[in-house]
Design a protein around this ligand. Sequence first.
Ligand code: A4P
Ligand code: MG
Length: 172
Amino acid sequence: MNLIGRQGSRRGRMARTSYAIALGSNRRSRHGSPAATLRAALAAIDGVRRVSAIRTTPALGPAGRAFANAVAIVESKLAPDELLAELKAIERAFGRRPGRRWGPRVLDLDIVLWSGGAWHGSGPTIPHPAFRSRDFVLRPLAEVAPGWRDPASGATVRQLLARLTAPRPQPR
Ligand code: A4P
Ligand code: MG
C-alpha cells in the first residue's frame, strides 16, 4: 500500500495502487438478495484482494429497507476517475437506475480510500466525505485494513471506528 499514483497518466498506465471500496445494496437484483448481489458484484470487480464479512445494517436516512454492506480492498492500475467509471458501469449492469439520492438501490459502489492519498476534481472525492461517520463503512473497513490512515485526519481506520463507537457521557 505504499505505491503512489501519478495523476494525469494515460488509462491503465498508472503504478498499481490500492483502493478501499464500500459496497451497499437494499433491493433484490437478478442475482438474488442484497447479500447475494454484493457477492456477485465482488466477482465483477477486477483486482479484489480482501473482502470483509457482509453485514445487514439498518438504513441510515430515508432509504427504507435494511442494507447489506461490505468493504473490499482492490488493487488497480486505474486512476480514481477511471475506476469510478468502471464501478458506475457495474452498478448499471446490476440494474441500478438514476433515482432519488439515498433512495433504495440495487447496488452502490463508493470509493472510500486510495493509497495515493486524496483526490479532488474530476470524478470522485477521496476520501469519501462521509466515511468517518458511518458505522456500516468503518466496521467492515476495520476488518480488512485497520491500520490504513485517513490522509485528512492522520487517524487509522481502527481509531476512527473507536471514536465513532465510544460511549458518549450521559447528560446528568
Ligand atoms: N462521488 C463523489 N465521490 C465519490 C466516491 N468517493 N465514490 C459522486 C463514489 N462516488 C463518488 O453517487 C453520487 C455521485 O457521487 C456520483 O455521481 C459520483 O460521481 P451515487 O452513488 O450515484 O448516488 P448515491 O449513492 O445516492 O449517493 P451517495 O453519496 O453514494 O450515497 P451514500 O452517501 O452512499 O448514501 N444505510 C446503510 N445502512 N447502508 C448504506 O450503504 N447508503 C446510503 C447511500 C444511505 N443509507 C445507507 C447506505
Ligand atoms: Mg454511491
